[in-house]
Every structure is written in C-alpha cells, then in structure tokens.
Design a protein around this ligand. Sequence first.
Ligand code: NAD
Length: 507
Amino acid sequence: MTQSFPTPAAHARDLLDTLGVPARPADAGQAVRSPIDGSILTHVAFDDAREIEAKVAAARRAFDAWRVVPAPRRGELVRLFGEELRAAKADLAALVTLEAGKIASEAAGEVQEMIDICDFAVGLSRQLHGLTIASERPGHAMRETWHPLGPVAVISAFNFPVAVWAWNACLALVCGDPVIWKPSEKTPLTALATHAILQRALARFGDAPEGLASVVQGGRDAGERLARDPRIPLVSATGSTRMGKALAPVVAERFGRSILELGGNNAMIVTPSADLSLALRAIVFSAAGTAGQRCTSLRRLIVHESLVDKVSDAVDTAFQRLPVGDPREGKTLLGPLIDRAAYEAFVAAMDAVRTEGGTVSGGERLLADQWPEAFYVRPALARLPAPAPCMQRETFAPLLHVVPYAEFDEAVAIQNDVPQGLSSCVMTNDVREAEAFLSAAGSDCGIANVNIGPSGAEIGGAFGGEKETGGGRESGSDSWKQYMRRQTATVNYSGALPLAQGVRFDL
Ligand code: NAD
C-alpha cells in the first residue's frame, strides 16, 4: 500500500523549524522545488554583491582570530558539530530527501558521512604534523610547518548537497580556516539547515570569531564572485566539468588554489573469473542508485565477450524490477531525477546510443501522470558492439553502456579511453588481473577498486580524480594539506654563517 505523506512544502517547513532555521518569508526570492513532485518547497533570497562582500570580509577578519586558536581546540568545535549532527541526523536526512530526491537510506548515509568526517577531523586536529629535516650546515636545524591558509570557499553540487561541504569544512576548520559556502542553487535549504546545526555547535563552543562560517546563496554569478576574490586563497569546487573549466582559470589568474571535483565517467570491467552474483549487485547499486546522479555512478560496463550477453540480460532484468517512485516510501530504491533538464539530457543520451549503432532497453519515463513536473525514469541499459563516442560523455542519469572485450589489456584501455578519470573497478578473482588493474599501467583514475563497484567511497581515503575530473583530492588521507600553507624554516644556532652548497662569500 502506498504511504501518505504531508506535502513536501509542509514537511520542509516543519523540518526547517525543527532544525532551527530562522523563519523566512515564504514567497520572496528564488523558488526551491522538490524533485519528488516538482512542487515549490519555499523561496530563498539570493545574496547580492554587498552581502557577499560582507561575508567575505567577515571571514577574512575571523581568520586573524581563528588561525591562532590551538588546533586541538579548533577540533573541539568540529567535535561539537559532530554531536549536533548526530542529534539532527534524521531531520537533516529527511530534508535531503525532499530537496535532492534521495531515498531515505542514502540521505541518512549522506549525513552519516558528515559525522564520519567530523570524527576524522577531530583526530586530525592533533596530527597536523610537519617535518624535521636534516640540514647540511653544522649548527642548523631545518623544519617544515603547516600554517592556516585563509578563508576557503566551498562551491557544491546538488547531488551531495551537504556531505561535500562537510568534507571541506571540517578539515578547513581544524586547519584554522574560515569557510564560505556557496551551495547549489537547487539545494539551498539543506545548506541553511546545516548552517543552523553548526550555529548550535558554535554557541556551545563559546568564543569562535564572528564570520567563521557563512552561507552565500546564489547561482553561478555568486560562485564566480568568490572565485575572483583574492582574499580567498582556496576555492574547493564540486560540480560539472563545464563549471570547472570556467572556474579554474579565474582562480589561477590570481594565483589562488583550487580543489576541483568534477564529472566522472566511471567503468567496471567484468572478467571471466568474476563472482557474477557479487558483480550484479555492485552493478545495479552503482548504476541505478541515486538515480545515477553520483559523480561515481557506474556509466560504462566492459564485460568479457564470453559473458556479455549473460551479464547484460541479468542487469536488464534487475533494472526492470527496481522499485522506482517517491523516495520517502520505504520500498523505493530509485527516486527522481533532479529536474526536467536532467531528464532531457537522459533522453538525448539514449538517442545518441541508437544513432551510434547501439540498442537501449528501459529508460521510460514513469509517474508522469501523477506528477507532470517530476521526472522518474526506469534505468536504461545501452548495449553497444564496441566503444562509441556517446560513451565519452557523462550523462547524470541512470544510463549504463555495455561493451564486450576480448583481452584484459584491451578492457583496461577502454576503461582509460575517456576524458574523465574519477572512479573505476574490476570484478575478478584472478590476482594477476587485479594487480595489473591497480598498477602504474592499469586504471588511470583517482579511485580504483577490486570486487566492489565504483561508487560509495569511505571518508578515510583521499577522494577525487584525474583528467577532466579536475585532479582535486578531498576528505581523508593527507588532503588536509591543501587547506594549509607549508613553511620551511631554517634556524642557525651556531656562531658561524656557513652557506648551503659550499658557496663562499667572504667579506
Ligand atoms: P554544476 O556544475 O551545474 O553546479 C555545481 C556548482 O557550481 C553550483 O553551486 C553552481 O552554482 C556552481 N557554478 C556553476 N558554474 C559556475 C562558475 N562558472 N563559477 C563558479 N561556480 C559555478 O553541477 P551540478 O549539476 O550541481 O552537479 C552535477 C555535477 O557535479 C556532475 O558533473 C557530477 O559528476 C559532479 N560532481 C562531482 C563530484 C566529485 O567529487 N568529483 C561530486 C559531486 C558531483
């Protein structure tokens, strides 16, 4: 039986109240729509140039105070934020579902990812280690120290409306940097809610400077304004490759730093020794989960020619059976696309497959009678006899291309032969294939997995990809170093002044 829910607008209003977002005029500013039924949730005012200027200036002032707060104390703020997030997890996740259309489990997973990065960052706040380096000069000591960098702008995409900010913000805050967040114009409410949760942590923390964390609401213009601002030494931007190509030169022109987390075109190789039951589950989750709207979603399946029909048929059957519908329903595994433009891109991509000699099964629009302004689709499987130009592009929807291969080296070459380089995987029980895939001559992606799909990364590793994915790394490992400036210091504790490399300059 279909469950009944309050209207998305009423539900969002309740959640925003519960989460502590200050009351706002309901009908002024930009309309925010729910992809669940296309209805308007509320309106949000975009910041104008003067308001953005004030937030950047406040962040710059906050930096002077925050950079001298001891790092473990900065970690305490993030620890408190993690506590507040735990308390707000269910409500924030429900808002992610309303605004981004994620099913409940994935929305909860996204908030869990925020909590996980809080824990990681708290530990990190006592481990911002530098180096001591052997000096070639007698009586000299050399060391490398990491210092806070300055205000960090985080520009985020609609599909991870809150976690991507947290990956950046939690590291930036322990590293001593204020954070200015420009969320996607499609998901401004979850940003306001996250900001309200952070305000509670800041109130408990007590003496954090004003302007340490702010939200700039706006579209591309607001992002460009932050990209141009020389007071912001680091811009961490997540979104399409198109966005990255526009933003990167603007930041580079002023010698700013950028972390670019852009589009993916992720592949899986299925070899003759693969555990096919494991492979099938990995394929269906990573291709159809989140309605194919993850940067790491599986888009290309490269299957040994002896298995390609069997695997394709099994995927097709699984796609046909997937429950598509309202993401608030417990049984739903596939929610809506974000908007009409996403649906149109999906249709155009399926047309391109047909034009280029492939066949497509699935891909029908669903529930259009019930919700004409919402875009639910059956995942689509595109079978191609060989790699085609349509496989070079990222289509942000559940469209999976399948091609056969004969030799393993050929499969790796197909996997690498796209402009993007985010995530990749091989399903194999052959240790030679697994190691070859992970070797220097194997996958050229930032993420390479064995016997799991390409999506669903943990926060402990550095996340990001090569080529048109932008080269950025964020979240775990030593990604924190990008949020700090490195200083090499040499101290002479002798009475002499020997020069390096034996240079003589006798006065
Ligand atoms: P998008 O590029 O349309 O927008 C992303 C953000 O960039 C938004 O906040 C937008 O306002 C801003 N923006 C757009 N143009 C800009 C410009 N010229 N200067 C400054 N800011 C600008 O992306 P989207 O549709 O929200 O998200 C989907 C895309 O994001 C996909 O390509 C997906 O692969 C990618 N993505 C990548 C990662 C990753 O980690 N690699 C993670 C999530 C999403």
